[in-house]
Design a protein around this ligand. Structure first.
Ligand SMILES: [Zn+2]
Ligand SMILES: [Zn+2]
Length: 267
């Protein structure tokens, strides 16, 4: 073997050892920064304050709802997944973890995956393959990593399921943030392409992503996976945005201020 070959092998072994070490060791809580002892990623106190999505949820999209039953947006347009579930509501420290994870704190993929494993086992243990959401080449270059795939791959590893990356995002799409629900779907239409159809054919596939907002990304991806022959497609996300009142927030009752009176009350 050439010297270069030996060096390559040595570096690969070193990387594998480092990964093994990082997977198994953790010394501070990823939420509050306090020291942890059992190698857990989030301390017991912080776990207790995280916004677990364990109340009343829509049986289809899994978002928190105010009344039991299918939520209004699923009634209007059912997402293309069989069902979706999320570990947390997109609030407080759970939402902050997602933002931090997307803004450079790459190592948090382990935390997200570990916190998601119980929900996975409860809801999706019959999954045969796990996929993340692909990014366009340009977006990947900009961020440096695909957070969804890192998270999905780690969850697959913990759950001992097959991780697949069978889809590519073939064109850049406008940021979804400022778009409405219909515009979001239009924005994404045709952006995904399944390059390995054989890999998904006949399988129960689970999409893993950081946040479920209106479900358009997950829906679009599920649609192409099903077209490629997947037997069933579900989704697990770390957080989901609680259903908003589609009729808008009712106006606040006035507090006895007379008509025409302006400005703040004086103390
Ligand atoms: Zn903590
Ligand atoms: Zn719903």
């Amino acid at each position: 073997m050439t010297l270069q070959g030996r060096l390559k092998g040595f570096l690969a072994a070193l990387r594998a050892r480092k990964k093994q070490y990082d997977d198994a060791h953790n010394f501070t809580c990823d939420v509050c920064g306090r020291e942890v002892f059992a190698g857990e990623r989030v301390c017991t106190a912080c776990r207790g304050t995280l916004p677990w999505n364990d109340g009343v949820i829509c049986p289809i999209c899994g978002r928190k709802v105010r009344e039991e039953g299918v939520c209004i947006s699923c009634k209007q347009r059912r997402p293309d997944v069989e069902r979706a579930r999320s570990v947390f509501e997109h609030e407080g420290e759970a939402a902050r973890l997602v933002v931090r994870f997307k803004r450079g704190e790459k190592y948090l993929f382990r935390t997200l995956a570990e916190l998601s494993l119980p929900l996975f086992e409860q809801e999706f243990s019959n999954t045969q393959a796990i996929v993340g959401v692909p990014m366009s080449e340009k977006a990947l270059k900009k961020r440096g990593y695909n957070q969804s795939e890192l998270y999905a791959a780690r969850l697959a590893e913990l759950a001992q399921k097959e991780f697949l990356s069978p889809v590519v995002k073939q064109r850049e799409t406008a940021p979804q943030k400022f778009l409405g629900r219909t515009e979001r779907r239009e924005n994404l239409a045709g952006c995904f392409h399944v390059r390995e159809r054989k890999a998904v054919r006949g399988k129960r596939v689970l999409i893993v992503d950081d946040t479920f907002t209106t479900g358009s990304t997950v829906s679009e991806l599920a649609a192409v996976l099903k077209k490629a022959g997947a037997a069933e497609v579900c989704a697990l996300t770390f957080t989901s945005v609680t259903e908003k009142n589609p009729y808008g927030v009712p106006p606040k009752p006035s507090r006895g201020r007379k008509k025409g009176e302006k400005g703040r009350a004086q103390n």
